[in-house]
Design a protein around this ligand. Sequence first.
Ligand code: NAD
Length: 488
Amino acid sequence: MFFFGNSFGYYRLYLPGDRMDTHSQVVDRLRSAFRSGVTVPEQFRRTQLIKLMSMIKENEEQILKALHKDLAKPKFEAVLSEVDMVINELHYAINNLKSWLQPEYVGKNLATKLDDCFIRREPLGVVLIIGAWNYPLQLLLLPMVGAIAAGNCVVIKPSEVSAATDSLIAELIPKYLSQDCCAVVSGGAEETKALLQNRFDHIFYTGSQNVARSILQAASVHLTPVTLELGGKCPCVIYGGVNITVAARRLAWAKFFNAGQSCVAPDYVLCTKATRDALLPALREVLEEFYSKEPQNCPDMSRIVSQRHWTRLMELLKNSSGKVVVGGESNEEDKYIAPTVLVDVAEDDALMKEEIFGPILPIITFESLEQSIDFINRKEKPLALYVFSDESSVVKTVLEKTSSGGFCSNDGIVHMTLPGLPFGGVGASGWGSYHGRWGFEAFSHRRACMLRGWALERLNGLRYPPYTENKLSWLRWTTSAKSSCSLM
Ligand code: NAD
């Protein structure tokens, strides 16, 4: 199967035998398969998930190479955050699929005592998953696991920015998964806009807040429900007593993993001047320990994904009135930016106006925790919020007085590796969540089912005209909290 774009902004997909499929033909093909019911049996879903697992295991080397080509992603980080994340998600889904598909029986009232009342998880239909480039494998396949487990047909749209991973995924998916039920459509903004003109039953989008607005507009035409996995500025609050060496190590790892190009990377630090003064030498030491004296020559340091993204980051750095105290070196040709820390960063600094999404860490000082909390609450709700402190009261205060998609104390990023925890934003950082069961739920319709018989007609008769005061008082009693049973 070959994929290529054309200047008319739409994409054609070639199947063996030179059959050309436009976007609408791809969607129609998947819709026919969905309507045939082929994706519904548990065995079909399980087989597809197992095949996806084989795809990753049998092509791990190629995947690692593609990720290295796109982002100079070190093997260690690629295995942890892409390959193993997807494999673990697949194991989790395969092991839990049977129980997820069981009807969920709910509490009954007097009038429904003899009925079957349950929630049935049903597939939505043909769903579209649009990925971002920073974790180009994980961000497509993790939601895809949920979508397949839930019994949907799936179109995935990789990011054109991570071109090597994009073309590898486009080559592998049709080799392993049912071509009637899964398709890859490649391309950038124009191709995605064209693709979005088709009717989908759900759109799962990972990317920036700006593009999310266009996705919502396109979805509104067909009233398609949307999951938005967005970004924002994730704060790291450091207050009270703290083991500064360990804090520096965990902060530096979470920030500079994938060269800071993580949606859950700590975007900036909030602490007192005294903490900042203790943190800076600890960060310098830790960064040298992690990436040597010359991070540019260190194979554990990823690169910025493209020259365009490199320029954006360098502009932010140039326009900042903060003082660079660690790093600052860069090389355009190599798309390299050293792990960089800035101090004396004001609230309205260039670096504080948008998500940084690169290896640049501003430190902002406030003498009280309350001032830091106010600062966070003046901004949009972040995707993740981190607090570092030995004092449980500090952790509790930050947890209770703020809101964010996820929360982690004394570490960064790791909360998203647990499939039991929903992963997603709140407010401007995203709508909906996935990972583990939450991914299955994101792509399922919870159908409210009541299978009634003909019994208890006398009791049911209370609701029929002619209405009387006596009937009403019985009904009111049965629907009151005290009786804990409702007839309607
Ligand atoms: P992006 O929004 O530029 O691109 C994401 C996807 O949308 C790509 O597939 C791209 O081809 C497509 N796209 C781009 N412009 C489009 C348009 N006008 N119309 C339709 N589709 C379009 O985002 P990005 O640069 O790939 O990713 C960076 C952002 O994603 C950051 O804000 C980051 O925080 C966020 N992100 C969030 C998560 C999460 O799980 N919440 C994960 C990774 C990245």
